[in-house]
Design a binder for this molecule. Structure first.
Ligand code: C5P
Length: 230
């Protein structure tokens, strides 16, 4: 039986957020953003371990109490310069105890509002898939491509377009091989798998699973969390 592991890249500096504290440590309802991501992932008992990948120079982690996840949390301090590098370094470090066909669910530290139902759907729909898949939301807005003067160059038809989220769920061996050849600038795991000529499955999610990127996202995340379990 393949096991399920969560891999949480948390080595970003969060430069778009401003400030010096990386966004995964910003306060959200009395605990750091990343603690909500752990809580969301550990709510599904099928997930075996939470593997968090920190930057080697992370000076924030030790300032918090992580005892609520002590049993399941595995901490690696091998984050890279890009997200893809962080994920690949994490996968390499897991290789000693993780089977090649175990599932790895890569989830952004900065996505604290992952709904339990969406996570459950991902596990249900992808566990028997040959390739793997990801949570994503069908696009609701009309898309515009801008030119250099910030004027509309074109309207992009939104039919068939989805916004990729996380978790993104692939087999350990295949994802490691894909990221080794893909290059360090891939912004998600699915892109690396696609480069192998494979077609990951899209599993429907919604806009509550936002990534905290800009200061106003924290307020929104706080409102979403208040009603997430209603
Ligand atoms: O910067 P971005 O919003 O794309 O970051 C998404 C996730 O990837 C965050 O959890 C961030 O901490 C992580 N990341 C990382 N290593 C990097 C850059 C980003 O683990 N070098």
């Amino acid at each position: 039986m393949s096991r399920f592991h969560a891999l949480i890249p948390a080595a970003g500096s969060g430069s778009r957020m401003g400030g010096i504290q990386p966004k995964q440590y910003l306060d959200l309802g009395g605990r750091p953003v990343i603690a909500h991501s752990f809580a969301a992932l550990s709510r599904d008992t099928r997930i075996d371990r939470l593997v968090v990948v920190l930057s080697p120079g992370d000076a924030w982690w030790d300032g918090y109490d992580w005892s609520a996840w002590q049993e399941r949390l595995h901490i690696l301090r091998c984050g890279g310069v890009t997200r893809a590098e962080t994920v690949l370094n994490g996968l390499e470090a897991m290789a000693g105890w993780c089977a090649a066909d175990d599932w790895v669910l890569v989830h952004d530290a900065a996505r604290p509002c992952l709904p339990a139902a969406a996570l459950g759907r991902l596990l249900d729909e992808v566990a028997s898939d040959a390739v793997g898949g990801l949570l994503a939301a069908p696009l609701a807005d009309t898309l515009k491509r801008a030119d250099a003067d910030t004027r509309v160059e074109a309207t992009v038809p939104r039919a068939g377009l989805w916004q990729a989220q996380t978790p993104q769920m692939f087999r350990h061996g295949q994802l490691r091989a894909a990221l080794r050849t893909a290059g360090a600038d891939m912004t998600d795991e699915a892109s690396a798998i696609e480069q192998l000529g494979l077609r990951p499955k899209l599993v429907e999610s919604d806009s509550r699973n936002l990534k905290v990127t800009y200061p106003q996202d924290l307020r929104l995340a706080s409102l979403i969390l208040e009603h997430l379990h209603d």
